[in-house]
Design a protein around this ligand. Structure first.
Ligand code: URA
Length: 255
């Protein structure tokens, strides 16, 4: 396999940010190509990852698969654990799976996911070089009896978040990325605690110490891609945040 690792990609950025930023004009759209054509199959990138982190993540994914700590576990079609490189320098954290993710078992594969792919591409990243996960791993549905119904999504409830929280902390501790990027208000609130609204905290560097890691990681809150689909005026703020992320990665890239 000759696929670039996250570190190689960061070295490339550090060598003068030569990669052309195709979407610097902030014309991101959800794109026409299906995310599945670009995405690593679940587990594929992890299996290829060096060392024990990939194996530990796979073990954790099996626990999530069997998890019934909250009612979501017995209602969803597929658990949505995470996708990407176990050596990722950046972990993106969303809220929870929706219809497409529930059917495919992979995070961010619907319209929001296609937009997220474009956002990643614009700063020289991809879903194979970063890691993408959610606060909750199972689809929170308004009507749990009908997983085939579209638009049947709701935010996760506090007890569902509490039941799932340990899995995300473990993912973050194992990967130990340079930066966590939270996507949207729910992910920011869960990791940073309740406080100011997302409109006020986005783009401001924070820290989060995942349970078990013993140190804090840098965290950058930004808007959720779904918010950009609803309100394209927010794209310029996310573009500002992605440039800040790119700068941070270039500065802290290992030689
Ligand atoms: N929205 C999220 O927050 N996560 C997904 O995986 C998909 C959509």
């Amino acid at each position: 396999m000759t696929e670039k690792t996250g570190k190689e990609e960061l070295r490339e950025l550090a060598r003068g940010l030569r990669r052309r930023v195709e979407f610097g004009d902030v014309e991101w759209s959800a794109g026409s190509a299906r995310a599945s054509e670009r995405a690593a199959a679940p587990g594929e990138a992890l299996a290829a990852a060096p060392g024990g982190v990939g194996a530990a993540l796979e073990g954790l994914a099996s626990q999530v698969e069997a998890c019934r700590k909250c009612p979501l576990g017995s209602r969803r079609l597929r658990a949505v654990f995470g996708v990407g490189s176990s050596a990722a320098e950046v972990v993106f954290v969303g809220e929870g799976p929706g219809f497409e993710e529930d059917h495919r078992g992979e995070p961010f594969v619907g319209r929001s996911g296609q937009l997220l792919d474009r956002i990643l591409e614009s700063i020289g990243l991809s879903r194979k070089t970063v890691y993408i996960a959610n606060i909750v791993k199972c689809h929170p549905m308004v009507d749990a009896s009908d997983p085939e119904k579209r638009g049947n999504d709701r935010p996760p409830a506090p007890e569902e978040i509490a039941a799932c929280r340990g899995y995300l902390d473990r993912q973050l501790s194992l990967i130990a990325p340079r930066v966590i990027v939270t996507l949207g208000a729910v992910a920011a609130r869960v990791l940073l605690g309740p406080g100011e609204p997302i409109t006020r905290i986005r783009g401001r560097w924070r820290q989060y110490a995942p349970e078990g890691l013993g140190r804090a990681l840098k965290l950058l809150p930004t808007f959720h891609p779904a918010a950009l689909l609803r309100n394209p005026a927010l794209k310029k703020d996310v573009w500002t945040d992605m440039k800040a992320l790119r700068e941070e990665l270039a500065q802290s890239a290992p030689e």
